[in-house]
Design a protein around this ligand. Structure first.
Ligand code: AGP
Length: 612
């Protein structure tokens, strides 16, 4: 999830673009760049790090012009560096492209263009677009046409901006699947941006691009067409939000926005990695040779906090789908326990930030013992990704809220892909089995959207329960980690005491706590543990505990015994945590808002814990 800003008009493009990029820095901040066109040609300035680094470069080597495009990057392909920062140029240096998204088929296109003589300068997927447009500009003099021909060839998701010396009065923008593109309308000037806050200081009238549309933007106007060249008429929308509201996309908090981004985060994490027709999972970055994979005797999943809960679900997935013994450990425990591991133990380190000191310390300890190490992380080039032998990136985009939400579900999905891949590599799963599991996985984003529709009911539930001092969350099997996660979310956001327990453990102690002042959240979808969860619910009822049941839609058993029912859509058992966690995230969020807590920055917490 990167940020794009473009300008064409009578002002200094650099000023407008830098100001816009700063407002989009929440979308990515590992490198930034800008390209400005003037009578002398195109001038590109780029820098690794935050936008202030780019500002420093621009002070040393200023550029001037009235048309230009800028980008703030969240790396997906290629580590964060100056060479990988956008804009990317073609061979001639007279055309630049900025891009947000993932181009799935960039490798074969790159190979073809290299054979044609194109010279690439970065490790990114984006650079192929610059060269591809250059290639088509040899067939047509029209920049918009060349961009359309190039985009017709790429698979994946994109929001792009293109500027070329061959068409000095315009910038071209297009979108398919990834993020957003808004075109801001001014007086003899126009703007392009990934998101509204970038241009709100200049205009409140915007045209929002739909998937498959391309716009040629000049100072005088906007020409909107489909990729096939059909003209599109669209009325501008007037934006009434204040600037802070706009950064959150209209949501009250970043965390709520991120909860709603989960279907997209999951889609992007799956994108380009599965082929249901052939029952194949492709994990190019994992990079273990087949001998290493076949020799694995055990998997140890290491993580902290919310990522640890994802690891617990991952353990069940790996055992069930790949039939390899698997266990979990906290980074802080593993690193000091002199674990019996070696070259046949695959260590999987899960960390959204990739910087958690305990997880990093644990993989360093595992490396000393010769373990192959796979990192599952959301941050390209992070410390944990550099320390690991292979990396499986989640593509959730930056998470600003300190409490993890979309990175949790994206990590669970990445681990599911890993389990399928291991199962296939080791010959445990047939292509037909993998195909069926992929189909079930591909249903999840749609089912997540349906689950998010529960928000008004959960906000009302939060109103009723926000005054309680203690909560108990119960689950079994893959729902046990969700019980732990539900309790963690409530604790960190609302400062209410909450415990997560395995359902079967309730009678061994926590049952003593239950009375009419104790809400019990029972995770009870219709899976193999359903009848035993029904038993838990009966035991809580008998002691006058308040039951909030998370069940499958259509359930008549547990639902009849609960005080509140949250019904999520049915899906495959192993994937159900991806749905049942959503109401618990929303419950913690709404309880915290009711109690006046700082949702995005809860007290005493840090987004990445880089100390022991
Ligand atoms: C989750 O809401 C917390 N912010 C915290 O538990 C977090 O998951 C933990 O610190 C691990 O972080 P990581 O995934 O970046 O390694």
């Amino acid at each position: 999830m990167c940020g794009i800003v473009g300008y064409v008009g009578d002002k200094s493009a650099v000023g407008v673009i830098l100001e816009g990029l700063k407002r989009l820095e929440y979308r990515g901040y590992d490198s930034a760049g800008i390209a400005v066109l003037n009578a002398d040609g195109l001038h590109v300035r780029r820098a690794a790090g935050r936008i202030k680094m780019l500002e420093g470069i621009l002070r040393e080597r200023p550029v001037a012009g009235k048309i230009g495009i800028g980008h703030t990057r969240w790396a997906t392909h290629g580590r964060p560096s100056e060479e990988n920062a956008h804009p990317h140029t073609d061979c001639s240096g007279s055309l630049v492209v900025v891009h947000n998204g993932i181009l799935e088929n960039y490798l074969p296109i790159k190979e073809r263009l290299v054979a044609e003589g194109h010279v690439f300068k970065s490790e990114t997927d984006t650079e192929v677009l610059a060269h591809l447009v250059e290639h088509y500009l040899k067939q047509t003099p029209r920049l918009d046409r060349a961009v359309k021909l190039a985009l017709a060839e790429v698979k994946g998701s994109y929001a792009v901006g293109v500027v070329s010396a061959s068409a000095p009065d315009r910038l071209i923008t297009a979108k398919h699947g990834a993020g957003g593109v808004v075109i801001g309308l001014g007086q003899a000037e126009n703007f392009v941006a990934s998101d509204i806050p970038a241009i709100l200081a200049h205009t409140r009238d915007v045209v929002i691009l739909e998937d498959g549309e391309v716009a040629a933007v000049t100072a005088a106007g906007v020409e909107l067409t489909t990729l096939d060249g059909e003209p599109v008429q669209r009325e501008p929308v007037r934006i009434l939000w204040d600037p802070i509201m706009a950064e959150k996309g209209g949501y009250r908090h970043f965390m709520l926005k991120e909860i709603y981004e989960q279907p997209r985060a999951v889609t992007d994490t799956i994108r380009g990695r599965v082929a249901p027709e052939t029952g194949t999972v492709v994990l190019n970055e994992v990079a273990f040779d087949p001998f290493t994979v076949k020799a694995i005797q055990r998997v140890v999943l290491i993580a902290c906090g919310t990522s640890y809960h994802a690891a617990m679900i991952g353990r069940a997935m790996i055992e069930r789908l790949a039939q390899v013994p698997a266990e979990t450990d906290f980074g802080s425990e593993f690193r000091y326990r002199d674990a019996v591991v070696g070259p046949h133990t695959l260590v999987v380190a899960l960390s959204q930030s990739g910087e958690t000191a305990d997880t990093l310390g644990a993989i360093k300890a595992a490396r000393l013992k010769g373990c192959p190490i796979l990192a599952v992380t959301n941050v390209v080039g992070s410390a944990i990704s550099r320390e690991a032998t292979g990396v499986l990136y989640t593509h959730a985009g930056p998470e600003i809220g300190v409490a993890s939400s979309k990175t949790f579900t994206a990590t669970v999905v990445a681990t599911y892909l890993l389990a399928l891949w291991l199962g296939r590599q080791r010959g445990v799963l047939a292509p037909g089995d993998v195909s069926k599991h992929i189909q079930e996985l591909l249903e999840i984003p749609r089912l997540m959207e349906a689950t998010l529709e529960l928000e008004p009911a959960i906000a009302e539930l939060a109103r009723q329960v926000s005054g309680y001092r203690d909560f108990l969350f119960l689950g079994r099997g893959v729902q046990y980690p969700i019980a732990l996660e539900g309790a963690l979310k409530l604790k960190e956001l609302s400062y209410i005491h909450a415990e997560g327990y395995a359902g079967g453990e309730m009678k061994h102690g926590p049952i003593a706590l239950i009375d009419d002042g104790m809400p019990v959240v029972a995770l009870a979808p219709r899976d193999g543990s359903y009848d035993r969860m029904l038993g838990n619910v009966e035991e809580v009822r008998a002691r006058e505990g308040k039951i909030i049941a998370v069940t499958h839609q259509g359930d008549r058993g547990i639902a009849a015994k609960a005080h509140h029912v949250i019904a999520v859509p049915p899906c495959a058992d192993l994937l159900a945590p991806l749905l049942t966690v959503i109401p618990l995230q929303l419950l913690a969020y709404h309880v915290a808002v009711r109690r006046g807590c700082d949702v995005d920055q809860p007290r005493n917490l840090a987004k990445s814990v880089t100390v022991e």
